[in-house]
Design a protein. Structure first.
Lengths: 130, 129
């Protein structure tokens, strides 16, 4: 064993918290949240295939307070992961790396996702679906 | 399409040990999901109601059933690639990593296939009872 531990490369805690790394972490978190939505989607589809009675039972689950809360969360996760995913695809093409562009597209993804979520649920509420 | 160099192929480089194939597949499935997932959820939201008969008759139409089946297949694949990437990055114990990777693979085949099967039953008009 060496007298003192070998130096490690700097990790998360050494960097100043800013929008770039927060949005990167949020992309993974929303991805995990959406992966957890896959069982919910298949439960809904299987209930639909099961006929009117099983569909009504599933609709009651999704229409409960916890169900609606989860669906609102998944709406945000989907919107954000979609918008930020497009941002990542542009980076993969080598575009949008300038500091101003990164910040602007980041804020666009966050605010756009919040706006889309609000819009979807206001529309659902307006047309009497919830 | 493979973006790997011959050397990388031999060495098995990358945290997953199999190079850039997974990275590329994740991007391809992401691009496919932009129109597919948007179409799926927007179509559902645009239905006059979200009750059984409205959703069932919508999904029973040929293009809708086909595209929905395609969507859940790509969705499960993209979700699988994304979640195993998280495990490969952050889980270090071999036993834990292997268990989680197996669990994720089984879960994604289970829920992806269940969704696909449900859509096909509705599309082919198979009545449960």
């Amino acid at each position: 064993m060496p007298a003192r531990p070998r130096p490690l490369s700097p990790h998360l805690q050494i960097y100043r918290w800013q929008i770039g790394n927060s949005l990167s972490i949020l992309h993974r978190l929303t991805g995990i949240a959406l992966a957890l939505g896959l069982p919910a989607l298949s439960f809904w589809l299987i209930s639909l295939a099961g006929g009117a009675a099983s569909y009504r039972a599933a609709a009651r689950v999704f229409g409960s307070a916890i169900g609606v809360l989860l669906l609102i969360g998944w709406t945000f996760a989907f919107s954000y992961h979609l918008l930020n995913g497009v941002r990542h695809l542009f980076w993969d093409l080598g575009a949008g790396y300038e500091r101003g562009q990164r910040h602007a597209s980041g804020w666009f993804a966050v605010l756009g996702a919040l706006g889309l979520t609000l819009w979807v649920w206001l529309a659902l509420w307006h047309f009497g679906r919830i | 399409m493979s973006l790997r160099s011959p050397l990388g192929r031999v060495l098995g480089t990358g945290s997953a040990g199999h190079g850039s194939g997974q990275w590329w597949a994740q991007r391809v499935s992401a691009v496919a999901l932009i129109p597919l997932a948007l179409w799926f959820f927007c179509s559902l939201l645009a239905l006059p109601a979200l009750d059984f008969s409205a959703v069932q008759s919508w999904l029973a139409l040929p293009w809708n059933g086909f595209l929905a089946a395609l969507m859940v297949a790509v969705l499960a694949y993209h979700s699988y690639l994304g979640t195993i990437e998280v495990v490969e990055d952050y889980v270090h114990g071999n036993a834990m990593k292997l268990s989680l990777l197996l669990l994720l693979r089984f879960a994604h085949v289970l829920f992806g296939a269940a969704s696909l099967y449900a859509i096909l039953r509705v599309a082919f008009g198979i009545q449960a009872s």
